[in-house]
Design a protein around this ligand. Sequence first.
Ligand code: 3H9
Length: 676
Amino acid sequence: MTSPVRFERHDDVLVIISDSPPVNALGAAVRDGLKEGVSQGINDPAVKAMVIRCDGKTFFAGADITEFGKPPKGASLHEVIDMMDSSEKPIVAAIHGTALGGGCEVALACHYRVAVPSAVMGLPEVKLGLLPGAGGTQRLPRIVGVKAALEMVAIGDPIPAKKAAEVGLVDRVVGEDSLEADAIAFAREIADKKPIPRVRDKTVAPDPEAVEEFKKKHGRRMRGFDAPAANIACVVAASELPFDEGMKFEREQFMKLMTGTQSAAQRHLFFAERQAAKIDDVDPKTPLRPINKVGVIGAGTMGGGISMNFLSAGIPVTIVEMQQEALDRGTGVMRKNYEASAAKGRIKPDAPEKAMGLLTPTLKLEDLADCDLIIEAVYENMDVKKELFTKLDAIAKPGAIIATNTSYLNVDEIAAVTKRPEDVVGMHFFSPANVMRLLEVVRGEKTAKDVLATVMALAKKIKKVAVVAGVCHGFIGNRMLSPRQIEANKLLMEGATPQQIDKVHVEFGMPMGPFQMADLAGVDIGWHRDPSRIESIRDALAAEGRWGQKKGAGYYDYDEKRNATPSPRALEIIEEFRAKSNLPKREITDQEIVERTLYTMVNEGALILEEGKAQRASDVDVVWIMGYGWPVYRGGPMFWAQNEVGLKKIVEGLEKHGFKVAESLKTAAETGAALK
Ligand code: 3H9
């Protein structure tokens, strides 16, 4: 097999080039090639300096994650990096694209770094539940200091070349199109400079204040995750221990994380997210329909949020409402949201004007005639949607994609009222639609393949993670939410409190439990609005005006700052309702809550897979992590069930409570095969 690494001599400079698409990950062959190249440079008396660079779209984007957990092959990254670091001839890293993780660590072990303006550098291992395990935690603080290093390793966001140059991580920013030539020229300039600067020889002062401040600032975001604390400990070690001891500490911490379930879950998510973009029976080269203008029907919270995604991506939007007042209110909210983001520095100061300049508000559906994609976000009612789609069929231009944002309804039934069901698709955004990253793309029976391919590509453009779902009640996410809600309500009737059930969910790692969520969304949602008809605890709460946070009362009581406290009145209502049903009250254990509210979701997920309503188990995981706040470090419900709990236990738990277990779940539990 030919090596992905080649060497080119430019007089006294040896250029070592990796060409390993797609991202020059540092797999065994690349590591071996680098080792060979550096060793040639060291041993060839005619070579005075070396340059390491990559072909393709990026400098090394990190260790090869697909190798993790497998038996080691070839030279280790440590071996290669040690060899580079101790070379008596200077080595220059020539960076373009994304120098991430192990790639950034290779650059840090080089004696000099040059980068093009568009390059970024970072140590994102924490996002994979890891830490930079090839010296990154020990070298980076020695260059940028404890404070900046904490941001880079314990949060994991990369920094652009210009910033890297300011903090001393990059020695020179070079021409965007002349990286190799400029790097060679730079190598010649420094070839004879002695001593060779080695990061390991530097020291960094401890900064306990910065560490405390960092923990305070990011405590909430890091809750439940193991990796941030380990990253912080390593940065502290860099400031307190000699280099070699710090490296030993880094190694120990790395191995702990690498063998834990959290990193396995986070790595699973990394690949799951990318896999979700692929549709099994749609050729990735399918020609896409051009989407230059989008129409959105409905300027409420959902329609406004949906529109913002496209405006932010520079795509003009025509937004339609029925009344001028509602239209003004909707566009006003959008403007306010943009301005708030600009005030917080999240977007450029001129971004609100730019985005709003691309918006055309109108009261006429006919104005959607020139749109390439039309998304309706109107009232969730089949008759309303059918009437609207009949009108859209007459208005939309040929080839336009017509999408419904329904969160439950049958997309095929909606499509059937048009003469072009192949152009109809579901685009289920999650609220707030301008923030939440998940998009369920609902594939109707007749949805054309190029429509799907176009919507998936568009999703990437507007920075969403799209998952394909089949037509069924609630698609993937809401369908799985349903058994959880049913069981949570039954548990209340049997003696659990909202606080106990919510606590179990929050301790599990969810942002909130089912009743906190109900209070936030509105207890009155879907209520029949007849106070004399009390058929559930929810009805009883709604009938008393306990509509949740917005009313200061729901399953909990709220103060003016919306802080929740357990509500004696809500508990009374629950007791009264239970008494009427003659159900005995009993102690409910936290484990029972887990089994009945979470194992049932796994069961529903398995049914969804059996019915082909999701393409793969990892898609189900992506939906629950991106759309419903399932803890990232538990990898999604299907990953959690298979890798943390074990399917046998899941099946036993379900059977114990009398649930009908999905056949595929039983088989997988018996055979040990993975859920597909
Ligand atoms: C590490 O370095 C540990 C060290 O400290 C060493 C310790 C000893 N490995 O994202 P894309 C694949 S941990 C293997 O769609 P983009 C990816 O799966 C690593 N494969 O492209 C996809 O495959 P497919 C630290 C990788 O342009 C294809 O490449 N580094 C890796 O939107 C294209 O990826 C990171 O965490 C990898 N490291 O974004 C960086 N990276 O086509 C992870 C990508 O089959 N990578 N692939 O679906 C990224 O953040 C993005 O991929 C990147 C490109 C920004 C580079």
